[in-house]
Design a protein. Sequence first.
Length: 446
Amino acid sequence: MPDSVFSRQILILIEGTTEVAPSTTERISRGPPGHLQQLIPAMPPINVLWLIDHVCYDGSLHGGGRLFRNVVPRFSADRLRLTPCFLRATQTIRDVFADSPVPVRVLDKHKFDPTTLRALLRVIKEEKIDVMHLHCYGASTFGRVAGLISGVPTIVHDYDTEVYFPYPWYLWFADVALSPRTGGAIAASPMVRDFLIKKRRIEMGKIRTMFHAIPMEKYIPVPQNRVMAAKQSLGVHPNTRIVGTVTKLGPQRGNEHLLHAARDVLKAFPDALFLVMYKPTRFHRLPSRKYVEVSTVDGGPAAGLQTLASELGIQGKVRFVEWPENLDELVSACDFMVAPFLSERFSSVHLLEGMAMGKPAVATNIGELCEVVQDGVNGYLVPPGDAGELAGKILKLLTHPEELDRMSRNARQESQRYSVDAYARSLEGLYADLAAARRVSMRRFE
């Protein structure tokens, strides 16, 4: 069915009229960010609607919520005027975003609410929206239908795959119909990028892979007296070398392999400490299974790992610290970071933030990790589950200080690519291209 006919039929049902703006998303050029701005001189600020499904799943911000808090304050007011909307939000989330630098509008729409489309069209009209940035399933479906009706180009942004949230059968129909009319897409990881291509039918050329945006405060060096205080809190000598990891507890995190590697490292380099900074996980989901409760034997959430450390004879050289308030100070006290993940779906967020502090990484060569870490440049890559190889690379950094210094400088420099400012400029360029293409197309109909 032609776009115009499809659009008119939807609009008749929603608004009782057949006035439809021209669609432009399938004609968007794929050149460098911002290259279409030259077609329309002196463009006014672009009106962008951020529509977000969920901002929190387990009590902490995820996906669009975390991106909102980090990136929105870095947008240029001269280039962008943002209208953020949540489809729904608990009172806790409303309280968290009450002091947002840009007021958040909550539409209070459940997953299948048919009035969501009418509400979106009203927002588009009232705010004169030029581009829509749609986060997660519900937003990307309702938003793209609204974009098809109004002629506003859309960007789909996914943070995860069906591993955690099954891909609904009805979404397949929506994606088949709407993917050709999608202006662009953003994937939070290589795994998500593949998901967008294979499942959501988005063309590869429309997708940008954009990892976690590093907050600017992570680039500010922690004062040395606070670093020394952090070391003192661990009960170690100021010159003790510290190997750090920031993780969650649960299957496929690779923490057991890290402890086996630590045993081998400590045999050759006894003056080292392995610091595991962890967030406890009450529930964990493996592929194709429902959420299952993570076993917590007596002694706390890290008891299983502490028992393993004792069995390996390294309990005195390993510290387990549950999600400390002084996380930045403890990371700054580390010489480098380790990410021993066994699954590609885990985020590189803490690795990137460590890089901003000048911490190179030893990581498994899967998923985001093997795109963030350049082997031999800002860290080392090892096969997942290979404790021997992991121990070898850790030991190499501990025994070659000049190599560690070189990689530390490279890590900090490379991290600039992932800063919130770099992220904001990239989004502004994408918005500008889509808005400019739409205005060019609109002129043809004047």
